[in-house]
Design a protein around this ligand. Structure first.
Ligand SMILES: Nc1ncnc2c1ncn2[C@@H]1O[C@H](COP(=O)(O)OP(=O)(O)O)[C@@H](O)[C@H]1O
Ligand SMILES: [Mg+2]
Length: 309
């Protein structure tokens, strides 16, 4: 492995290690520890199952003892980058981005539905805890670790009891989607069918832009169609339960250690607010409508005006 041929891209978001791109941009290299080895093994397995993922080309140990994996590039721009580039000052998503998001999500869902995993009695609970980082969220937000939260989460799990389990991504969203497939399988595990792909156009609200109501409806309809064809069941009725878990995921690791970082404090409070709002909505209606979430700036304005204690 010749270091001259690789350019640093970024440190890995939620793990040790980094991402590099080859000078000719045809390949990506990740470094890390044992968890990267597990990620690569998972990725090889699902590539064999026809998931839209980059092929692993090479694996080994670097001179300084780190594990590394080389995979093919799936292209130059993630859908998040395409979405942001096409925003043009507005907040709505470009139609092309939605079309592409639908196509990739439907391919992913079909591959998942074609290879159901064997559930065990604890597997749904395990999914909730790993997908929602519940241990961290309740540690950082002990006031949310209360009977009300647990009653709502238990209810959501009950509703998901009959949904098939499949091999999943757990951090599926436009930043990890390219037209040719899905990258960054660091958080992989078993998920109820639809957990990965259904919330993708909802959770962009956490990143400051939105899809229109028609776009969101069509996206869900395309995925219901794909699921109906593959399993005989639609899946969009589970979106509310999935968004509760996403609201936990987006709250994880947000509590700042440095109390003087007011910017981080505000973001943490914002994510707490979105989780609480989602919980209330789910309690009242059995679903979660991200269109009713305030933007960070709106929340911040209310916050400084004293609306939020
Ligand atoms: N196989 C790939 N094809 C195309 N782009 C990639 C690929 N792997 C990584 N990238 C690019 O590198 C960035 C970081 O990689 P990623 O594994 O998503 O890191 P992180 O875990 O920090 O999110 C991605 O957002 C994407 O732009
Ligand atoms: Mg990523």
């Amino acid at each position: 492995m010749n270091e001259k041929n690789w350019r640093f891209v970024k440190k890995r978001t939620a793990a040790d290690g980094a991402v590099y791109v080859s000078v000719d941009k045809t390949r990506y290299r990740r470094t890390g520890g044992a968890e990267l080895q597990a990620e690569a093994e998972f990725q090889r397995r699902i590539a064999d199952l026809n998931y839209p993922v980059p092929h692993v080309l090479e694996e080994g140990v670097t001179d300084d003892g780190h594990y590394y994996v080389v995979e093919e590039s799936l292209g130059d721009q993630t859908l998040h980058e395409r979405a942001v580039a096409s925003l043009d000052g507005g907040r709505a998503l470009h139609g092309d981005v939605v079309d592409t998001a639908e196509q990739v999500a439907a391919r992913m869902l079909r591959a998942q539905a074609a290879h159901l995993a064997q559930p065990t009695p604890g597997s749904l609970r395990q999914w909730l805890d790993s997908a929602g980082f519940t241990q961290n969220v309740f540690q950082e937000n002990p006031d949310l670790d209360n009977p009300r939260t647990h009653a709502v989460l238990d209810h959501a799990l009950d509703r998901l009891g009959t949904v098939p389990l499949v091999r999943g991504h757990l951090d599926y969203g436009l930043p990890n989607v390219l037209p040719a497939g899905v990258i960054d399988w660091q958080h992989h595990g078993l998920v109820p069918l639809g957990y990965d792909v259904l919330p993708a156009l909802e959770i962009i609200a956490f990143k400051g832009y939105t899809a229109g109501p028609g776009q969101r409806r069509r996206y869900l309809a395309v995925l219901d169609d794909a699921s109906l064809n593959a399993t005989g069941q639609p899946i969009s009725q589970n979106l509310g339960a999935y968004l509760l878990v996403k609201a936990l995921f987006f709250l994880a690791l947000m509590r700042p250690t440095d109390p003087s970082r007011m910017d981080k404090h505000l973001k943490w409070q914002y994510r707490r607010h979105l989780f609480t709002k989602g919980l209330e909505q789910y309690e009242c209606t059995g679903t979660v409508d991200t269109a009713l979430f305030p933007r960070l700036e709106e929340f911040a304005a209310g916050h400084s005006a004293g609306d939020h204690p």
